[in-house]
Design a protein around this ligand. Structure first.
Ligand code: F6R
Length: 614
């Protein structure tokens, strides 16, 4: 949600900044801007639309400055206009700033500043913060710390979340970053150092990355850097090699990141699974759980907190873990858990699941759980992310960067890790070695089965062609395939803008059946259990009302001819991996459906990867 990149070095900042913005564009793509320190003034370029518009405009008026900041925006305060585009400049022209997050009390601060004679050219909260820094600066005597002190004074006046990078005209070799709630990371290279919202912004240019914690400030001065607290105390700077954090995010021969990420699921899942089984072949070994065995064995309840697709993966986990480990599981929207103040029932474990590890609602849910003294675990894809750092233990997904805004491979690996967690917890509690062994075998087979399903992609494309005129679709499934139905509907609506709803198949008769018509296709994901017959009966109810039916079903489930217009077959598989397999055709269906409508599947309207605002 918005991307920041700043450059301070020996070379020319322009190329690194534009390249960094391109890498960050998936986080927000409403508009983009850049500012360079030119000695006596700042030069700026800001454009609405994609980074390529900014790149063209910067090329026309190129800068040789070696200090600059840049931003790609996902609009929160104010429409998508040039004046609302970052960087923002203070009234006195001394400061430029880029900002991620939301300053909740910006109206109060704005009124205060207007009272002091400040004027505003944008509707943003960010311009307010930039001017608040300028105001505090004007109140300070000249000193070598005046720039940093002005930021230290301004930030405690703000309520809400921020990740910022700031330049000051009077300090031509300094860049300052600060964070609270929105991620920020310093990149250390040979000829330049960086501040960015995400380490992928400086891949190939920086060797080491230092992640800031909330309430910390990064001061880059010449080739030096230091991390301090807002109060000015030295903070510990722990660096990590960049190549371990962010892999290359090149598209290769694929037409979109979404397509690439769907088709790389077999290898991604191999990475998720690698080295994570016990030597006796009956359990999963998740090193992030080590040291917590006693607590896990004696759990009374698990609460998953997550948002969107990650929450659907947790719901798959709910069915599997309850079945394998016999622990009561609840899945909460992270944003609801945070404010709900649920009663503390026995020994509860809170598991937060987030691809980015930076979703603010999920992080706040973790913080709330910690306040209550609950054990917290994280499942995330991003090494060094806030979630990884703030939870008591956790497991990395290891599927490589997910760039497409619509989450695909992340869902599969999260559902896979939930199954592994169920297996590990089950074996600590009631699950027999034989059952454990069968699950290990199933999980090891998963990457090959995923390949098999993806090889039938053309069949799904044909289905998408047949149904792509539909503006309303229903997705239905039971038990652990109910979350798959939800996920299928979410994927379709977010990238194709068709209206889609997911329901438990049996709920159909309790309302949604009113929508059934020849214009409203229903996609049924069939279990392959004793419940399949009931789902097939639901399909027949739809057919009786002239609704088109698409069935996604395991090979061995017999489906009467009159019950479905189209059937896509899945390999027969163990229940723990069925949801992952059943979701693949739905990913492909949404992908082709959106392409056929001429839409950009990687950057759907109004969305952004990584939602770092409430
Ligand atoms: C949907 C999608 C979102 C995310 C949600 C949580 O395709 O990508 O629903 O799943 O915003 O994001 P993370 O997993 O980063 O916390």
């Amino acid at each position: 949600m918005c991307g920041i990149i700043g450059y301070l070095g020996k070379g020319c900042a322009q190329e690194s900044l534009i390249d960094g913005l391109r890498r960050l564009e998936y986080r927000g793509y409403d508009s983009a801007g850049v500012a360079f320190h030119e000695g006596k003034s700042f030069s700026m370029a800001r454009e609405t639309g994609r980074v390529k518009n900014l790149a063209t405009s910067v090329q026309k008026n190129s800068s040789s400055s070696s200090l600059g900041i840049a931003h790609t925006r996902w609009a929160t305060h104010g429409a998508v206009t040039v004046s609302n585009t970052h960087p923002h400049v203070s009234n006195d022209g001394k400061f430029v700033m880029v900002h991620n997050g939301v300053i909740e009390n910006f109206n109060t601060l704005k009124k205060f500043l207007i009272g002091k004679g400040f004027e505003f050219s944008s509707e943003t909260d960010s311009e307010v913060l930039c001017n608040l820094i300028a105001y505090n600066y004007s109140e300070l005597e000249p000193s070598e710390d005046r720039f940093i002190d002005a930021i230290r004074m301004a930030l405690p006046q703000c309520r809400g979340a921020y990740g910022i990078a700031v330049l000051c005209l009077d300090f031509p070799d300094t860049m300052v970053g600060a964070r609270r709630g929105s991620p920020l990371v310093v990149g250390l290279g040979e000829d330049a150092n960086f501040i960015a919202s995400d380490a992928s912004a400086f891949v190939g240019r920086a060797k080491e990355a230092v992640f800031l914690n909330d309430g910390e400030l990064a001061v880059l001065q010449g080739s030096e850097f230091r991390i301090t607290t807002l109060e000015g105390h030295e903070a510990k700077a722990v660096s990590q090699p960049v190549d371990q954090i962010s892999e290359e995010v090149e598209l290769g021969d694929f037409g979109s990141y979404m397509e690439k990420e769907i088709y790389e699921q077999p290898s991604a899942l191999k990475n998720t699974l690698r080295g994570r089984f016990g030597d006796d072949g009956t359990t999963a070994k998740l090193s992030g759980l080590e040291g917590h065995e006693e607590e896990l064995r004696n759990l009374d309840r698990i609460i998953f907190v997550a948002c969107g697709t990650a929450r659907h993966a947790c719901m798959v986990g709910e069915y599997l873990i309850e079945r394998l480990a016999r622990v009561p599981v609840e899945v909460e929207h992270a944003s609801e858990f945070r404010y709900r103040n649920s009663p503390k029932a026995g020994k509860s474990l809170v598991i937060a699941v987030s691809q980015s590890g930076e979703t603010l609602d999920t992080l706040e849910a973790v913080r709330e759980a910690k306040t209550k003294g609950l054990l917290t675990l994280g499942i995330t894809n991003v090494v060094g992310s806030s979630l990884a750092r703030e939870t008591d233990g956790g497991v990395y997904q290891r599927v490589g960067p997910e760039i497409g805004v619509a989450s695909t491979k992340a869902f599969s690996s999260q559902a896979c890790l939930c199954a592994m967690l169920g297996l590990a917890l089950g074996r600590m509690r009631e699950l027999s070695p034989m059952d454990g062994q069968a699950i290990v075998t199933a999980l090891k087979d998963l990457p090959d089965l995923v390949s098999q399903v993806l090889q039938q992609g053309e069949q799904i494309r044909e289905l998408a062609v047949k149904y792509s005129k539909a503006d309303h679709l229903l997705f239905l499934g039971r038990q652990s395939l109910y979350p798959v139905a939800l996920e299928g509907a979410l994927k379709l609506k977010e990238i194709s803008y068709a209206h889609a709803e997911g329901y438990p198949a049996a709920e159909l008769k309790h309302g949604p059946i009113a929508l059934i018509s020849p214009e409203c296709p229903s996609v049924f994901v069939v279990e392959g259990t004793e419940l399949s017959a009931k789902t097939i009966a639901n399909m027949q109810e739809v057919k009786a009302r002239k609704g088109p039916v698409i069935a996604i079903a395991p090979q061995s489930v017999e489906i009467p001819e009159e019950a479905a217009d189209d059937i896509f077959r899945l390999p027969d598989a163990h229940e723990v991996i069925r949801p992952i397999l059943a979701n693949l055709p739905l990913q492909l269906f949404a992908y082709h459906f959106a392409l056929l409508r001429g839409l950009d599947v990687d950057k759907p309207r109004n969305l952004a990867k990584s939602v770092t605002v409430e």
